[in-house]
Ligand binder design. Structure first.
Ligand code: ADP
Ligand code: ZN
Length: 562
């Protein structure tokens, strides 16, 4: 089989004809006019043919070759005079491309060649797969973990210095670093080191970075893999990838295994409706549990995993001996954000007037990944503006772009602009007048993303606990745009849609989550959910745990407060 395959290959590559040289279309036409073209054939826009006597090409170059077989490409604009020109100069026009005139043997090989190649390839691959023990067909069961060798210097190396603003989480991981540095002395009094540590936090808070920093501090290899990569279309692959990953890590111990998005495979097995895909997910999960039970930490392998949805995880994962440590990573506060900005501006030239403290105060709600992005955008913007250093203004403009989306080159008519100005004016006024409202920071009627205008209010401090008056002020502020339009123009527009969504969301949570309605009282009626991570506002479908009359009452209360 291999022989035949090789043969086809050779026939294909060396058809045994003189080499065809690609010449310019201009040269080709010149030669036609000089009566030097014997015959041509053409397919699509390619023309192949031969000259009667060889032509030197490229013209006036020292290394010009004598060309007798040529090909050229007809320009995209069709050349209508070409056919009559060819006829005039008695050029033979073939029906078949010259190169495809082949002997019967070659034709036979061409038609069977691909099949033979496939068969040969298949046999070769399965031999290879059989050679590597337990690899499954074609190595599908191999883990695709990326290995970062933290012992070698390189740009992948991270240390605790690169992580800022999440000091509590860092402090908890110091112990893991100590253990990895010297597993034996750590457990000499009979204690067992943790096997699994679960990092819980919103996306972009630095979970992956922290795991890499642990490996970097301990100078051990780091095997990283996204949980969704374990599970693919083919059943059984996930489990064997897990096996392979743990085997690799144990061979390199002490080492860290990092599984990102653990919730993609570690979802609770009960309750949900089962489908075919879930049993594959379940097998993968079981394999992880088996591996974690099987290896002893004496070997020095520690599994770190990250998730932003701890509430959906299977309880079996959280039992002692598995992911029994949980480290919550909060979004950074002002001090933390300033520290993170300092880390990411280390190699960025800053104008002396840049005030990172003020910038940190203006970026409430942004997490590490956002701040990194902010620094990057500001640096790009400053470079684009021809500056040598990044100014505070570049940061503020970059922030506006990140929070609101890029400005859109949308031309509004004068009336529309005026309406938007009054609308935003309404928001801004109420932002200034309502007690406890966040101070108004920037107002714009330059369209951004979906918004025609934006009023940007920025909290002075990080708030952890919102009082009712603050929430009411926000609702009132949201109503300000529509109200201003009604006062000035006496009519309504669609522009208030987003305002009403925001207001409704706040009020619904006041009623169902925070017990701020007298009629309903202090009853939790919203689904469990982490308000920090978003979602969990209302039940969908029939699963809500209260009666129809309560539902009616909730709706009435929401409408009344709004
Ligand atoms: P997660 O895994 O939580 O989604 P990542 O660790 O992937 O977040 O964060 C993405 C990037 O954001 C990191 O590579 C890092 O550059 C930056 N970053 C996130 N959090 C921090 C932090 N606390 N300190 C410094 N940089 C951070
Ligand atoms: Zn509005």
């Amino acid at each position: 089989v291999t022989l035949a395959a090789n043969f086809v290959f050779i026939t294909f590559l060396f058809p045994g004809k003189p080499q065809r040289v690609e010449v310019s279309y201009t040269l080709f036409k010149q030669q036609v006019v000089l009566d030097n073209v014997a015959e041509i054939s053409s397919r699509a826009d390619t023309i192949q043919g031969s000259f009667r006597s060889p032509v030197p090409y490229p013209p006036d170059a020292e290394k010009a070759a004598q060309v007798s077989d040529f090909s050229t490409v007809q320009p995209a604009f069709a050349d209508p005079g070409l056919e009559s020109l060819l006829n005039e100069h008695a050029v033979v026009i073939n029906a078949k491309p010259v190169d495809e005139v082949r002997s019967p043997l070659t034709t036979l090989l061409f038609s069977f060649g691909p099949t033979l190649l496939l068969i040969g390839g298949f046999i070769w691959l399965s031999r290879r797969a059989a050679g590597s023990a337990g690899g499954g067909i074609f190595g599908l069961g191999k883990s695709r973990a990326k290995r970062y060798d933290q012992t070698a210097p390189g740009d992948n190396k991270a240390t605790f210095d690169d992580v800022a603003g999440i000091d509590e989480a860092k402090a908890e991981l110091v112990e893991i670093v100590d253990f990895l540095k010297d597993p034996r002395s750590y457990t000499r009094l009979g204690g067992t080191a943790p096997k699994g540590v679960l990092l819980v936090g919103a996306p972009g808070t630095g979970k992956t970075l922290l795991a890499r920093a642990v490996a970097g501090e301990a100078a051990v290899p780091f095997f990283s893999m996204g949980a969704s990569e374990f599970v693919e279309m083919i059943v059984g692959v996930g489990a064997s990838r897990v096996r392979d990953l743990f085997r690799q890590a144990q061979a390199a111990a002490p080492a860290i295994i990092f599984i990102d998005e653990l919730d993609a495979i570690g979802r609770s097995r009960g309750g949900a409706v089962y489908s075919g895909g879930n049993s594959e997910q379940e097998q993968t999960l079981n394999q992880i549990l088996t591996e974690m039970d099987g290896f002893s930490t004496q070997g020095g392998v520690i599994v770190l995993a990250a998730t932003n949805r701890p509430e959906v995880l299977d309880p079996a994962l959280l039992r002692p001996g598995r992911f029994d440590r949980r480290i919550a990573i909060q979004a950074p506060d002002t001090v933390g954000r300033e520290a993170i900005l300092r880390v990411h501006t280390r190699s960025v030239p800053l104008n002396p007037e840049v005030d990172l403290h003020d910038l940190a105060a203006s970026t409430s709600g942004l997490v590490g990944a956002d701040l990194k992005n902010l620094v990057n955008e500001a640096a790009l913007l400053a470079a684009h503006r021809g500056m040598d250093a990044v100014r505070q203004m570049d940061f503020m403009d970059a922030l506006e772009k990140i929070v609101l989306g890029p400005a859109r080159p949308l031309i509004l008519s004068a009336e529309e602009r005026q309406r938007v100005a009054y609308h935003e004016g309404g928001h801004a006024l109420l932002g200034l007048l309502m007690p406890e409202a966040d101070p108004v920071h920037r107002v714009t009627i330059v369209p951004h993303g979906m918004a025609l205008g934006v009023t940007y209010q920025r909290p002075t401090d990080d708030r952890h606990n919102y009082d009712e008056q603050y929430l009411r002020s926000r609702v009132v502020g949201a109503m300000g745009g529509r109200a201003a339009e009604e006062v000035v123009f006496g009519s309504r527009t669609t522009g208030a849609e987003n305002d009403m969504q925001q207001a409704t969301s706040i009020v619904r949570q006041m009623v169902t989550r925070w017990g701020m309605s007298e009629k309903i009282g202090p009853v939790a009626l919203a689904p469990e959910g982490n308000p920090l991570l978003g979602g969990g506002e209302a039940y969908f479908g029939t699963s809500r745990p209260y009666s129809e009359s309560t539902a009616t009452l909730i709706d009435a209360e929401v409408a009344r407060i709004l």
